[in-house]
Design a protein around this ligand. Structure first.
Ligand code: ZN
Length: 306
């Protein structure tokens, strides 16, 4: 296998995926799934979210899952936190990276975190201050949710997205990416908005987090790649959605995304056969839950060598 990596793929299934299904995957199955993902070559995994268990019982064991993931060599263990309180718990647990959701749509922001976007920026300031004090080496990432449209609010102005991204960087966030939480993005929009984001934020411009709700997930990732984006979020088996965005479904399927890039000669550092094998612990831990992906169904083409 080649050693250099051209694109960075961050697996979000254990967080984005598991929080959007009603069943709770047992802790042992989560750990087996994360082991299999790391064995396939994923170097960054969002393993859970530090939110009150009464809101998301699927994440009640997040500290134990983090503890396990930290034993895997070379893996960057990431967790989602909605606020300073969550960040305290995540940093205490020893995560390597924090990610916070900030909604570009006010309606989604109020539904998701019960704060306005401006209040979330103040929360970010507080999280960055905490990070600086207790864990200065831990990057703080923001994913701007509903950056391409919102099922509650409708259209989201591109100027608002860029203004909010700049506000996040001003309070000390390391990376700001764009999330198509509701699966409304199309490739022309993705090209335009990521071009603007990269021009405005420079090295602070972050990942593309695309959903496959309307079948455009891969097309949108390719559009982002074409304008220079090199970090992508995806989910094994396409698990995922957002409990507070009606109609949100399916993240981009990691297996299909890796296949697309590898077929193009763009190295991901991920072994596809081992990635397919990582579907087994996912299915075992969530019996009956639909698991998506065209590439694992079709198999690899004859003569595939990557
Ligand atoms: Zn997602």
């Amino acid at each position: 296998m080649r050693t250099s990596i051209d694109v960075h793929i961050s697996e979000v299934g254990p967080r984005d995926g598991l929080q959007s299904v009603s069943a709770t995957m047992p802790t042992a199955d989560k750990c087996r799934w994360i082991d299999a993902l790391a064995a396939a070559g994923l170097r960054e995994i969002e393993v859970g979210s530090f939110v009150p268990a009464k809101l998301l019982p699927q994440m009640a064991d997040v500290a134990a899952v983090v503890r396990h993931a930290l034993t895997l060599p070379g893996l960057r263990v990431m967790a989602l936190v909605p606020n300073r309180r969550g960040a305290e718990a995540a940093l205490t647990a020893g995560v390597h990276k924090l990610t916070l959701p900030v909604s570009a749509s006010e309606a989604h922001s109020l539904a998701n975190v019960r704060k306005t976007s401006a209040q979330m920026v103040e929360e970010l300031r507080s999280v960055v201050a905490l990070r600086n004090e207790v864990a200065p080496g831990v990057p703080v990432e923001v994913g701007l949710s509903t950056a391409f449209g919102c099922t509650l609010q409708g259209a989201v102005a591109e100027d608002d997205v860029i203004r909010l991204a700049l506000a996040c960087v001003e309070v000390g966030v390391d990376e700001v990416g764009l999330s198509d939480t509701t699966g409304m993005a199309h490739p022309a929009q993705v090209r335009r908005l990521f071009t603007r984001l990269r021009a405005a934020l420079g090295e602070h411009a972050g990942a593309a987090h695309m959903h496959n709700t309307r079948g455009l997930g891969l097309a949108n990732c390719l559009a982002a790649y074409d304008v220079g984006v090199r970090s992508f979020d995806s989910s094994l088996g396409g698990l995922g959605g957002c409990p507070y965005a009606p109609g949100a479904s399916g993240n981009v399927v990691t297996e299909d995304l890796v296949f697309m890039f590898e077929a193009m000669g763009v190295s991901t550092g991920i072994d596809l056969q081992q990635l397919f094998a990582a579907r087994e612990p996912l299915k075992a831990g969530l019996p009956g839950e639909p698991v998506y992906g065209m590439t694992p169904e079709a198999g690899l083409p004859r003569g595939w060598l990557a």
